[in-house]
Write a protein that binds this ligand. Sequence first.
Ligand code: ASP
Length: 437
Amino acid sequence: MKKLALHWQILIGMVAGVLFGIFLSKFNWGPSLVQDWVKPIGQIFISLLKLIAIPLIIVSLVKGIADLQDISKFSKIGGRTILIYVLTTVVAISIGLLMVNIIQPGNSISSETLEELTSAFSGDAEKKVSAAMDQQEKGPLQFVVDMVPQNFFAAASDNGSMLQIIFFTIFFGISLLLIKPEHRKPVAHLFDGLNEVILKMVDLIMLIAPYAVFALLASLVVETSNPELLQALLVYAATVLAGLAVMIAIHAIVVKSYTGKSPQFFFKGISPAQLLAFSTSSSAATLPVTMERVEEHLGVEKEVSSFVCPVGATINMDGTSLYQAVAAVFIAQALDFELSFSDQLTIILTATLASIGSAAVPGAGMVMLVIVLEAIGLPADKLAIGLAMIFAIDRPLDMCRTMINVTGDAAVSMVVAKSIGKLGEPKAKNWDDNYTG
Ligand code: ASP
């Protein structure tokens, strides 16, 4: 019997997880049963993906650079990647601003709803504000300083230090290219072998993906409190979702017009990563799968994907930046805070920076939203109310924006690969080939 394609398996797992969660929420004992016996499967899966992320980046980046043979190509990849990442982010924010100014979701919030929302979530909002304050105390060049690790093992022991690992690995890879071939060859050979091992580990982890997303979504459903409050934010959520839909269409159009690959090819190739991004709300946790899909199923050569994907997971967040633009204007509208045209320009600039600074983990985009709100001059009391107001619906929106973040990384990988002649035919002919064990 023909095996069901992976994206269908994951989708079935997701739907079954939601239904199971809704069903068990009806019993008093249901939520704790899910928490105790189902949620751990999802947690183990996320831990496995995180576990593999740092070794995967190191091995595939070293292999990618070693295969390049020529350093000037690497600087081309680097320059183009950063430029396209910034460009797509600015486009995403502009779409968000356009949507929120046309739909004006903030005007549909009554003062009673506002009060209800803010009283329910003020504690959570405070935590986000204080997390953002910690970020802000740093100087403007601190992020460059932070990129250079003092100790390899310290950096490798923290998944939040991915840029440090990327820095070390590029340094290592370039030095590898500069030594004599007789010394380089055995090292490159070792990394070739290690690369195969790590990719096999990703394949094996993915075997439990459908069950893991079932567990993740079932536990999310039983943990969701106050579903009625979500309804008050429906117009706002619809605005974010409409913006994200436009952005995903733009990704597909760019891929089609620049690389000639059809949207069907693109989405078929990347869909398992998108579904995992949706289920985990973390581009960092999804990274191993994104890289594997981009290489094996979209035809991007390792020289490109090994750099573009991990850097993208850390700094390129089209979905997050679009969301930050919509959320900032929505809060201003709901709290009657006038925004001038120059405030909207400020949003473009600060949301670009805030999305670069957002960690690739659940909820990070909302922490960095504080920086956008402060830049447009929203007073501290309104800021806390604003965040509390959107808190109830942040998780579902986080799931959707993470999906767009990952899609953006894949689209840019294809564009950069095409631009330097490194986009070929996908290695996996049947696009589920790799997950057959
Ligand atoms: N969860 C998002 C990601 O991992 C970041 C965010 O928008 O909160 O890409």
